[in-house]
Design a protein around this ligand. Structure first.
Ligand code: GDP
Ligand code: MG
Length: 163
């Protein structure tokens, strides 16, 4: 069985865009409206042909207010629990939100290897965007633009080194 990487984060941070870039498909629905991906969506990343791994995209966690028992949150939790590595995706343009804080608290309990992926860093001050998330205390941080396919080589190298 291939190792499994889960994409976790609140709606609209670009999880499905990253999923599509890594799997080179358009299988995951990308939409401006949050919550388009409702079920878990699986694919395979073969960007390094010799080392494929599986990816799971989820609808995202809309925060403790909506309840970690909600349908999409349940999918995210199931994905995280079956994964070998979690990519915690956040929006570098919007910065840290309370929902991100809630997800971080939950991820700490899951206690799996977790990289922080700061997405949407195209055309912005990247060090400032990263500084927003420094207090999260996640050691492995990557700045990417999934839409513009920037930073994906570094992300891939880091993922493969972990798996
Ligand atoms: P998800 O809900 O987390 O799966 O987010 P989506 O992948 O559906 O993307 C939400 C919105 O963010 C869409 O309008 C995307 O086009 C946009 N988006 C995703 N990645 C990037 C990025 O790297 N840069 C910019 N500027 N927009 C992005
Ligand atoms: Mg999605």
């Amino acid at each position: 069985m291939l190792p499994l990487v889960a994409l976790v984060g609140r709606p609209n941070v670009g999880k499905s865009t990253l999923f599509n870039a890594l799997t080179r498909t358009r299988d995951a629905l990308v939409h401006d409206a949050p919550g388009v991906t409702r079920d878990r969506n699986y694919g395979v990343c073969r960007l390094d042909e010799s080392r494929p791994f599986a990816l799971v995209d989820t609808g995202g966690i809309a925060g403790v207010d909506e309840g970690l028992q909600g349908a999409t949150a349940r999918q995210s939790r199931a994905a995280a629990e079956e994964a070998d590595l979690i990519l915690f995706i956040v929006d570098g343009r919007e910065g840290a939100s309370t929902i991100d804080d809630d997800i971080l608290a939950w991820l700490r309990k899951v206690a799996k290897p977790t990289f922080l992926v700061v997405n949407k860093t195209d055309g912005i001050d990247v060090p400032a965007a990263l500084a927003e998330f420094a207090r999260y205390g996640i050691k492995d941080v990557l700045a990417v633009s999934s839409a513009h396919k920037q930073g994906l080589d570094a992300l891939l190298a880091k993922v493969l080194a972990q798996l």
